[in-house]
Write a protein that binds this ligand. Structure first.
Ligand code: C2E
Ligand code: MG
Ligand code: MG
Ligand code: MG
Length: 282
């Protein structure tokens, strides 16, 4: 626990170290209570998936969705993933939760196809401990087989920090997934420390511009420069590029002007239950 806290404090920058330690103490009891509850969340059917559309900026079409997990807590109501995913990661419960997410997302993608809707991509977030699990590749294959979903519709989202910890190991695992025909994207791009040299050795099909660079896009010359640089980098490396957290038409217009391929954000839709995706696609 102390290690995980230190690791995260470091990730947040040295200045936040004290702040983080304080937060930890203040919420330790709360944290333990949540962790305890999380143990039952999968078995007691308290997890839900919402889906957020990904839109092609050239055609305006929804070409995929991202699965985002929610915890319907019996007493606390909806718990956000920013709160419980780190706890699940810390305690190792992320492996079971991640497997549930993967299986449910694959089943949902297949249900939409069975309903006769135009097939779309399904993106699933994968956290470090899940990625490190030696059974990951088998679990992904099993989820696809069980759902009867063709691997070409599945994409896994990993973060920069995850793949940069051990580049060779990450390359090997990603190549295995690539061989299975599963696409990989880098989430929250620009917030970690990517080695640009390493980036080109990963079989990645898409970079996601982190929403922190999109938020002030209309006003910040720095964020405009960063967004343009990421778009250009993606294209130079033959990858697609998507912006997350697009909330205004102004932001979208900048992205279109800079040649960004795709977007995701409240401007088009927040994450919604599966029925609403069905209505959008129909
Ligand atoms: P993420 O993968 O980067 O997902 C994007 C987050 O931005 C989501 O928050 C989404 O609801 C939110 N978002 C989307 N559009 C907008 C917008 O226009 N403005 C703003 N301000 N926010 C927007 P959410 O659903 O709370 O998820 C937070 C994070 O939790 C995710 O970040 C991801 O890292 C993690 N997460 C969510 N579901 C899963 C999961 O099934 N497995 C794992 N391992 N992590 C997950
Ligand atoms: Mg994501
Ligand atoms: Mg993201
Ligand atoms: Mg994020």
């Amino acid at each position: 626990n102390a290690d995980a806290a230190m690791y995260r404090a470091k990730e947040m920058g040295k200045n936040n170290c004290q702040f983080y330690a304080h937060e930890m103490n203040a919420s330790l009891e709360e944290k333990l209570a949540l962790m305890e509850g999380l143990r039952r969340a999968v078995d007691e059917n308290q997890l839900r998936l919402l889906y957020q559309p990904k839109v092609d900026l050239a055609t305006g079409r929804v070409f995929g969705v991202e699965a985002l997990v929610r915890w319907q807590h019996p007493e606390r109501g909806m718990v956000r993933p920013d709160v419980f995913i780190p706890l699940a990661e810390e305690s190792g419960m992320i492996v079971a939760i991640g497997e549930w997410v993967l299986r449910e997302a694959c089943r949902q993608a297949r249900r939409w196809q069975d309903a006769g809707l135009p097939p779309i991509g399904m993106s699933v977030n994968v956290s470090p401990r899940q990625f490190d699990d030696p059974r990951l590749v088998k679990r992904v294959a099993a989820a696809l087989a069980e759902a009867g979903l063709d691997a070409r519709w599945l994409e896994l989202e990993v973060t920069e920090s995850l793949i940069m910890r051990d580049v060779q190991q990450a390359v090997d695992k990603m190549r295995e997934l690539e061989t299975m025909n599963i696409a990989l994207s880098i989430d929250d791009f620009g917030t970690g420390y990517s080695s640009l040299a390493a980036l080109k050795s990963f079989p990645i099909s898409r970079l996601k511009i982190d929403k922190s660079f999109v938020r002030d896009l209309a006003h910040s010359a720095d964020d405009q420069a960063i967004a343009r640089a990421i778009i250009s980098l993606s294209h130079q490396l033959q990858m697609r590029v998507i912006a997350e957290g697009v909330e205004t038409e102004q932001q979208r217009d900048f992205l279109v002007q800079y040649g960004c391929d795709e977007m995701q954000g409240y401007l088009f839709s927040k994450p919604v239950p599966p029925e609403e995706i069905e209505a959008m696609l129909a």
